[in-house]
Design a protein around this ligand. Structure first.
Ligand SMILES: Cc1ncc(C[n+]2csc(CCOP(=O)(O)OP(=O)(O)O)c2C)c(N)n1
Ligand SMILES: [Mg+2]
Length: 471
């Protein structure tokens, strides 16, 4: 049987276990849509804008750990995915964008073909791990399956792990930094084992949030929170960074100005060898899977109690320190939101002022429950990413925290391409920070007996949207 290119695409996605794709049809990608219509293993979610579709795929990937897939058409459809792809790349979130191009004999000739972007594929190389124009339908299964050499998770070198164990065992003030690599590897249990065995404070990057519940006494703060982390970094003798790029934005770009003295030892473990030594040269670099490395490290360290010199009261005081700009309005909003959301509820942040506070102060209790466009700081992320997260995790509470400028708020709506009877109701709460705090205060003033924190949001859980409820 001869297959169309579209059928190859859909079959290859199905074979990889893909269950949802996000996208918008156009004249050049209709073969894929025809193939989607002829099957029911993969559900298509129609967006209003390709940027929304791609943010949905990114939110889906971040909430679930499975790659998010977006299908768009040639030219403007394709280029509309650029900003969300920049975000996914910079945050290390797996998104596969399948896009059409103009007919092969026209590519690269600048003839003014419909939807032509001259050498379209070149637009995508700088901000993707892998971008290739597929010109033979028969290679699609291989291309969809795995970009060459990219998908494996090699184990760590056991000698290097033994050396890391030796350095950490002899440390008086060991410190652990966990990034998104710990979450991607599903290594949070192993991380906790190592941290507890050694008694290390744990700092998490934004992408690493939830690697350890932020109610745990060992959790110290989010990287870039200068008050919570700078003095702890300064006091540490061995710093062990796992699955974290130590990006400029988090270590030198905002408030924290991280540097290591000659007497401090940096151990850096990452899956990607290109990460090691970019801004900070480690004394010991380990390339490999975080889960393997941390499990092996826990084994090597064996049983026993922590034997370290950390002053826990001093660390705890750093953790809660805040400046006067952390007002009661901000604190109230975060408290209301936390009290109103289940531990596994997913909070999706846009690039609004409130979320600079959320980035450090909203307590994250579980992996993959705090979605924030940390990689690119793009506006317009939260609503579509929340829709993607809800589709990935339909049983979970999903809340989007947005300012009034988040441009996709009103523009992106999912419409499922399934018969009406099979449609799932999809409720995402949008939370405008100011209105929520004001609404709660109004409620409390009217009904002083209300059960305190969280009432404003809790009472509105049944409503279609918190923003509507809050007025
Ligand atoms: C795509 C994009 N364009 C512009 C910016 C710059 N930017 C950051 S925040 C912001 C305004 C956000 O306003 P709003 O959503 O009302 O949030 P708040 O006022 O609460 O900060 C802008 C324009 C950005 N981050 N991303
Ligand atoms: Mg505003």
């Amino acid at each position: 049987m001869i297959r169309t290119g579209g059928e190859w695409v859909v079959e290859a996605l199905r074979a990889e276990g893909v269950r949802h794709v996000f996208g918008i049809p156009g004249v050049h990608n209709l073969a894929i849509y025809d193939a989607l219509l002829r099957q029911d293993a993969i559900q298509h979610v129609l967006a209003r804008h390709e940027a929304g579709a791609t943010f949905m795929a990114a939110g889906y990937a971040r909430a679930s750990g499975d790659p998010g897939v977006v299908i768009v058409t040639t030219g403007p459809g394709a280029t509309n995915t650029l900003t969300p792809l920049v975000e996914a790349y910079a945050s290390g979130v797996p998104v596969l964008a399948v896009m059409s191009d103009i007919a092969l004999p026209l590519v690269g000739r600048d003839l003014g073909a419909l939807h032509e972007v001259v050498n379209q594929i070149e637009c995508f190389r700088p901000m993707t791990r892998w971008a290739e124009a597929v010109t033979d339908a028969r290679t699609i299964p291989r291309d969809v399956q795995a970009p060459p050499g990219r998908s494996r998770r090699p184990p760590c070198d056991v000698h290097e792990i033994a050396e890391a164990a030796r350095l950490l065992r002899s440390a008086r003030k060991p410190l652990l930094v966990a990034g998104g690599g710990v979450i991607a590897a599903g290594a949070h249990a192993e991380l906790a084992r190592v941290a507890r065995r050694l008694g290390t404070p744990v700092i998490t990057s934004v992408m690493g949030r939830g690697a350890i519940p932020e109610t745990d006494p060992l959790w110290q703060g989010v990287l870039a929170n200068k008050r919570a982390t700078e003095a702890a970094f300064g006091a540490a003798d061995v710093v062990f960074v796992v699955g974290c790029r130590l990006t400029h934005r988090s270590t030198q770009g905002l408030l924290l100005n991280l540097s290591f003295g000659p007497e401090q030892t940096l151990i850096h473990l990452d899956l990607d060898p290109m990460v090691l030594g970019k801004l900070y040269k480690p004394q010991l670099g380990v390339v490999g899977d975080a889960k393997h490395g941390l499990a092996r490290l826990a084994e090597t360290l064996g049983g026993g109690q922590p034997d370290v010199d950390w002053d826990r009261a001093w660390l705890a005081a750093l953790k809660t320190s805040a400046n006067e700009r952390y007002t009661s309005d901000v604190a109230d909003f975060i408290r209301i939101l936390r009290d109103s959301t289940a531990a596994d509820g997913i909070v999706v942040c846009d690039q609004t002022n409130m979320n600079y506070w959320m980035e450090w102060r909203h307590p994250v209790l579980a992996p993959r429950t705090f979605l924030y466009p940390i990689g690119s700081a793009t506006l317009g992320y939260a609503v579509p990413a929340a829709i993607g997260a809800k589709i990935a995790k339909p049983d979970r509470q999903v809340v989007a925290v947005v300012g009034e400028r988040a441009p996709d708020c009103r523009e992106v709506q999912p419409r499922h391409r399934v018969p009406r009877a099979q449609r799932q109701p999809l409720r995402c709460d949008q939370v405008p920070p100011g209105a929520t705090v004001r609404a709660e205060r109004r409620d409390r003033a009217r009904e002083p007996g209300l059960p305190g924190a969280g009432a404003g949001l809790r009472r509105r859980r049944g409503s279609r949207s918190v923003s509507r409820g809050a007025g």
